[in-house]
Design a protein around this ligand. Structure first.
Ligand code: PLP
Length: 472
């Protein structure tokens, strides 16, 4: 592609993107293609000779777009949000053009130093200890995996990195019953083993029960196992539940266990002082992660990972082959030693663009609106017939199910499953099913950039109408 062609098509793409974001609300939220529909339209081999860009873009529109689920749709209320914003997209354009690899300070000093500064900005905005060190990981799953490795090294006093786990007692991780599946995945990858993740009993509020945590630790010590780590969750994926962080941190301290806090979704809301209580005690943790790529207008991917002891992190992950040694090594942050990857994207630029373009106050307003609308809709559901709240709103999420007085639990559960499937097929909105206390429930979480209260009402009207129809 010549520079002139690039300029022409880039302008066309930007127009297409601006139109897309202005009209995405007219599309079905979830893609309705069937398995194989997309791949069967694609040639089985790459072309030997280049094709005109017009033809490629035409295929993008006809073959790829139907298979896209629209995460930026203002009525996307499924999973957790992955909201984007124009300043963030502009930063991504620049980063993509430069193809920056931020693996070493020397491979782009500005990328490293901006990352350092952005993590300080986030720490300050969220009232995290200013002595912590921060790094941008790709996802919370990676941050949790890194934390598991740090905990493993601490429990085995560095032996597992040197000689493996053969001579170690089995290591154990403790988590709440609502914790994210990334913990089990990390336990598998880090050599703990899936069966050495212990899930505590739930507390009355749905999070981790500290008494159960203590009992499990004692029982494992009695059996000769090696408790290594606690993962506390603030804002669980199913219901938004938060573990009692301070009590858990005190147990971690008394038992000398590594404490990692996973606030992947809820963490962005900690920019609002009125929600910050959820994180009370976090200053006692060893590691903390939240995802600006979920609810802070920063395009996926961008996961903010803080650690109390930067030296322990680097000791766990550092490698130092000749080809990665530089003159500044040792005096600067070489982020290659702070995560799993060697090569890393320059993600700090989008954080910088977003925080400067919006300012903290506008981001707080966006999050507060989402939280208030979730509470308003939940209140409406409580007084309407035909539905029940399963869990109360926590930040901008609650769960519900249909309820009809004469129905058995089995009939209600069937209706819940039919309802969420039919609503999602309908395209007006997109919701996620979960299981709470053994029974299906439907999550409703609000977090998209362009969502309005009208979008929330339209989505709820679609749910209520479908429920009527299914109830016959
Ligand atoms: N932790 C929690 C509580 C989550 O809800 C999620 C994803 O939704 C994750 C971790 C994993 O996030 P990521 O996709 O960034 O790995």
């Amino acid at each position: 592609m010549t520079p002139e062609e690039y300029r022409k098509y880039a302008h066309e793409m930007v127009d297409w993107i601006a139109d897309y974001l202005e009209t995405v609300q007219d599309l079905p939220v979830r893609s309705n293609v069937q398995p194989g529909d997309v791949i069967n339209q694609l040639p089985t081999s790459a072309p030997e000779t280049g094709e005109p860009f017009d033809a490629i873009f035409a295929d993008f529109q006809t073959k790829i777009m139907p298979g896209i689920t629209h995460w930026q749709h203002p009525r996307f209320f499924g999973f957790f949000p992955a909201n984007v914003s124009e300043p963030s997209m502009l930063a991504e354009m620049l980063v993509t053009a430069m193809g920056t690899n931020a693996m070493l300070w020397e491979t782009s000093p500005a990328a490293t130093e901006l990352e350092e500064r952005m993590m300080q900005w986030l720490a300050r905005l969220m009232q995290l200890p200013e002595t912590w060190s921060g790094v941008i990981q790709d996802t919370a799953s990676s941050a949790t995996f890194v934390a598991c490795l740090m905990a493993r090294e601490r429990a085995t006093r560095g032996a597992s990195n040197e000689v493996g786990l053969m001579s170690s007692k089995p290591l154990v991780i403790y988590a709440s019953p609502e914790s994210h599946s990334s913990i089990e995945k990390a336990a598998k990858m880090a050599g703990y083993g899936r069966l050495n993740v212990r899930y505590t009993d739930p507390s009355d509020e749905g999070g981790m029960d500290p008494r159960s945590l203590k009992r499990l630790i004692k029982s494992d010590r009695d059996k000769g196992l090696l408790p290594a780590m606690i993962v506390a969750t603030v804002g669980s994926t199913s219901t938004g539940a938060a573990d009692p962080l301070r009590e858990i941190a005190e147990i971690a301290g008394a038992e000398d266990l590594f404490l990692h806090v996973d606030a992947a979704w809820a963490g962005s809301a900690m920019i609002c002082p009125e929600y910050r209580d959820m994180l009370d005690g976090v200053e006692l943790a060893d590691s903390y992660v939240f995802n600006p790529h979920k609810w802070m207008l920063v395009n996926f991917d961008c996961s903010a990972h803080f650690v109390r002891d930067k030296a322990a992190l680097i000791r766990t992950l550092s490698i130092n082959p000749a080809y990665l040694q530089t003159a500044a090594g040792g005096q600067v942050n070489d982020y290659r030693d702070w995560g799993i990857q060697l090569g890393r994207r320059f993600r700090a630029l989008k954080l910088w663009f977003v925080l400067r373009s919006y300012g903290a106050e506008a981001i707080r307003d966006l999050i507060r609106n989402h939280v208030n609308w979730a509470h308003d809709l939940a209140e409406h559901i409580v007084v309407s017939s035909g539905f029940e709240l399963v869990t109360e709103p926590r930040l901008a999420m609650f769960t519900f199910r249909p309820s009809r007085t004469d129905d058995s639990d089995e009939a209600t559960d069937l209706l819940t499953d039919q309802l969420v499937a039919a609503v999602n097929d309908g395209g007006q909105t997109y919701l996620t099913r979960t299981i709470i206390d053994g029974r299906p429930a439907i999550r409703f979480q609000i977090g998209q950039t362009k969502t309005t209260w009208e979008d929330v009402q339209t989505a709820w009207a679609a749910v209520a109408e479908m429920s009527e129809k299914l109830s016959g």
